[in-house]
Design a protein. Structure first.
Length: 477
């Protein structure tokens, strides 16, 4: 009898799971087709090319900034976008900050659109074309900054220049926040936040670089996915230092400093941080899951049952998807003796961690210490910042942003996700809840790999799409 009851319960559970999976389908499309947006594609490409040709390379040493190039860039913006500068004279803030204020019909729910105009250094020898050439080859505009993020700045200003020329006034105040030191974690963005805070400006929404329209990142889903960051990971640098007696390499001691350090690194990599079903990942599953094959829908439609199992599969879900579920660590630097026949008294390795919200710098450092279990290996935190809070993926701000994305890249699935990299927008969390991270481009895996890499370039068609997106967004806010 008990066996039959158990069998009946199992069958009932299977029925419930299958019914929920069968009902877990994409919502039927509704509403009118989006209004077409006119874009001066040729003009936008030419203007982006001019911006790319100005090598605004930032440096951690402020004295090594080429101020002539940065000032030249700002003057070029004035030349290319005269109406924006006339109607919204920019305020210079800190070293490189520029803040434009486009007055709307109301100041109750202001919106901030962000970008940065500095770029990372280049190794010219590794480029097929000169890194600041700003020329089109085979339908792609080449040059450092085409993806990160002069394209975003261009999209914001192209849209605003055109809308202003048509007499358009936004429903709410709009601020354009641009910095020239984002790549070196400079002071401009934090100073802009303080400037707004002192004047009582509390943005309803902030949009900065982040996700993109991508494909092939979610198992079994063929449609492109427009991933919008609703948060970003924390950032932490740690130095592991092993110490022991040095001396001549002819009489080595065991364990050596390098031996202890290598074991510590190996232990850390063997014992990864615990994976979690974070809020952005849960939202991603809920939004993208209905488009997956039935077997995966069975799981994603029943997270109440299978949710605790997914973190156990984090390593098999793919690099980007798995990284959204746990704090990651990447060993990037190492140093021992300066000479091959000398035993070092110290050997060190640097590790970069990206923290999910459930981990703090303190808890992450303790995890490393617990894993290493060696008093002769010091764990020293050299820099740390917590993960950002999560923005809403359900309120009116999200709906406004998601509609602009969906209307521009029709057929894509718009979904929240967790941004793994860091951006200037993290500073705005101090004055705004809904801080979103979306780079308005459709990028393949290969194209995403060009960011901070050799041969950075953008398809001409995506330049037009970026302008189209920001036009839709600015019209709706």
């Amino acid at each position: 009898m008990i066996g039959w009851l158990i069998l009946a319960a199992v069958l009932a559970l299977c029925a419930v799971l299958c019914i929920r999976a069968a009902r877990f389908k994409p919502e039927a499309g509704a509403g009118a087709a989006p209004t077409p947006v006119a874009v001066d594609t040729e003009g936008a490409v030419q203007r982006l090319a001019q911006l790319v040709r100005i090598p605004t390379v930032s440096n951690y040493d402020a004295e090594k900034f080429d101020e002539t190039q940065f000032e030249g860039f700002r003057e070029k913006l004035r030349e290319l976008y005269p109406r924006v500068h006339e109607m919204c004279p920019p305020v210079r803030i800190a070293h490189t900050g520029m803040l434009f204020h486009w007055k709307g019909k109301s100041s109750a729910a202001p919106v901030v659109l962000m970008a940065h105009y500095d770029v990372v250094p280049v190794d010219e020898a590794g480029w097929k074309h000169p890194p600041f050439c700003g020329e089109v080859f085979d339908g792609e505009l080449w040059g450092r900054g085409t993806l990160d993020t002069k394209i975003t700045l261009l999209g914001i200003l192209e849209a605003a220049e055109r809308l202003m020329s048509e007499g358009f006034v936004p429903r709410n105040d709009v601020y354009f926040s641009f910095s020239g030191d984002e790549e070196v974690s400079g002071p401009s963005a934090p100073a802009i936040v303080e400037y707004l805070k002192e004047r009582g400006v509390r943005p309803a929404m902030v949009v900065d670089e982040g996700g993109a329209v991508v494909d092939g990142v979610f198992p079994g889903v063929k449609q492109p996915i427009a991933v919008v960051g609703i948060g970003e990971k924390g950032f932490m640098n740690v130095e592991l230092t092993a110490r022991a007696a040095g001396g001549h390499a002819s009489t080595p001691a065991v364990p050596s400093t390098l031996g202890m350090l290598c074991r510590a690194v190996a232990d850390c990599e063997k014992h990864q941080f615990k994976a979690h079903l974070t809020a952005p990942v849960r939202a991603l599953f809920q939004n993208v899951g209905p488009y997956a094959p039935f077997g995966l829908r069975l799981v994603f439609a029943n997270l109440w049952l299978f949710g605790p199992l997914l973190p156990l599969l984090a390593g098999r879900l793919g690099g980007e998807l798995g990284a959204m579920m746990r704090t990651t660590m990447a060993f990037t630097t190492a140093q021992g003796s300066k000479q091959i026949n000398v035993l070092p008294t110290e050997a060190s390795a640097g590790v970069n961690l990206r923290l999910v919200n459930l981990d703090t710098p303190e808890s992450a450092a303790q995890h490393l210490k617990d894993v290493i279990r060696n008093d002769k290996v010091e764990v020293k935190v050299t820099y740390a910042q917590n993960a950002s809070p999560y923005a809403s993926a359900e309120d009116a701000n999200w709906e406004t942003l998601a509609k602009a994305v969906g209307d521009t890249w029709q057929g894509s699935i718009v979904s929240p996700y967790l941004m793994m990299a860091c951006s200037d927008s993290r500073h705005f969390s101090a004055i705004c809840r809904d801080v979103y991270k979306f780079s308005a481009m459709a990028l393949s895996k290969e194209q995403r790999g060009l960011i901070h890499n050799n041969d950075e370039r953008i398809p001409v068609r995506e330049i037009a799409k970026t302008v189209e997106f920001f036009t839709r967004l600015e019209q709706s806010i």
